[in-house]
Every structure is written in C-alpha cells, then in structure tokens.
Write a protein that binds this ligand. Structure first.
Ligand code: S3P
Length: 164
C-alpha cells in the first residue's frame, strides 16, 4: 500500500466523501488541502480568493502539499490543484494520484446549489464545462483514473482498494 494517496478531480466529483470512506476502510488519516489552508491561515477559501486572488491560492496549495509530505495519509485536494505543474509534480513524486472522474452534468447538478466555491460564482453551465475540459489533461496525468458515475461510495472504495 502506498504511503500517500492523493484524490484529485473536479469540484463536486466526490473527493471528500470518497476520501473519508476510503480512509476508514484502510485505516488511513484523511487530510484535505482546502481545510489545511483554512485552518493554517484562519480564513476561508472564499476570502483568500476575494482578497488575494487565484494565483495566491494556488501557491498556498503548493505549501499545503509540501507540509503534508511526511504524512501517511489520504490527501483530498481542491479541484484546481492540478492546474499548477509544480503541484502535479509534488503529488506524482510523493504518492499515488487518483483521478475521480465524473460526468460534467452530474458535477453541475451537485454544485449548482452550492455558493461557497468562488470559481463557480457567476458561471453558467458552458463556462463550467469549459473549465472542466481545460483541466482534463491535467487530471489524466494521474496514476489511476476511476469513473464515479452511478457508483455507490461502497463500490468506489472497493474499486480503489483493489487498485492499490
Ligand atoms: C477549486 C476547488 C475547490 C477549492 C477552491 C478552488 C477549483 O475545492 O479548492 O474553491 O479551482 O476547482 P473542491 O474541489 O473541494 O470544491
């Protein structure tokens, strides 16, 4: 079993839910990079985006990854962590990277009622879909890709366990 497992995927792809369930199943600690940032800087992701912008937030994600390097854990990541090459490299070099793929319609359905994600604010379906497509090549650099569409959490955990 790998010492570290990174769960990546678009907003609403189920990283947090699957990460928590997988952590329980294999007895790993689960750490979320967004939560790490919010706790470390005692502020919200939305405030960071508003006050400092996306680029700054990406560098905090890099800092989070670096700080978690010595952990034996499942790391659930923010959907945009893969945008920065340095982040992709850190993950690839230090653990197993899993991409939780999900149909964009499902992602839009899951995230449409949620107003806490700054990058989804004032974006229509076409724009969200375009962002997803733009990121796909980065997500696909993962070691493992799993299609989550229509699968239960239990199924996903079993599938992940068999792949590790
Ligand atoms: C982001 C995804 C969010 C959070 C931030 C930016 C993105 O995490 O990191 O709002 O760029 O896709 P989730 O994927 O957990 O929603």
């Amino acid at each position: 079993m790998n010492e570290k497992i990174y769960l990546t995927g678009f907003m609403g792809s189920g990283k947090t839910t699957v990460g928590q369930a997988l952590g329980k199943a294999i007895g790993y600690q689960v750490i979320d990079t967004d939560q790490w940032i919010e706790q470390t800087y005692r502020t919200s992701i939305s405030t960071i985006f508003e006050e400092k912008g996306e680029d700054y937030f990406r560098s905090l994600e890099t800092e989070a990854l670096r700080n978690l390097l010595n952990k034996r854990a499942i790391i659930t990541t923010g959907g945009g962590i893969v945008v920065r090459e340095e982040n992709r490299q850190i993950m690839k070099q230090s653990g197993k990277v899993v991409f939780l793929d999900c149909e964009i319609e499902e992602v839009i359905r899951r995230t449409s009622m949620d107003h806490s994600r700054p990058l989804l604010k004032q974006k229509n379906k076409e724009q969200i879909s375009a962002m997803f497509k733009e990121r796909l090549p980065f997500y696909r650099e993962a070691d493992i890709q799993i299609d989550t569409t229509g699968k239960s959490i239990l199924n996903l955990v079993e599938e992940l366990k068999s792949l590790m």
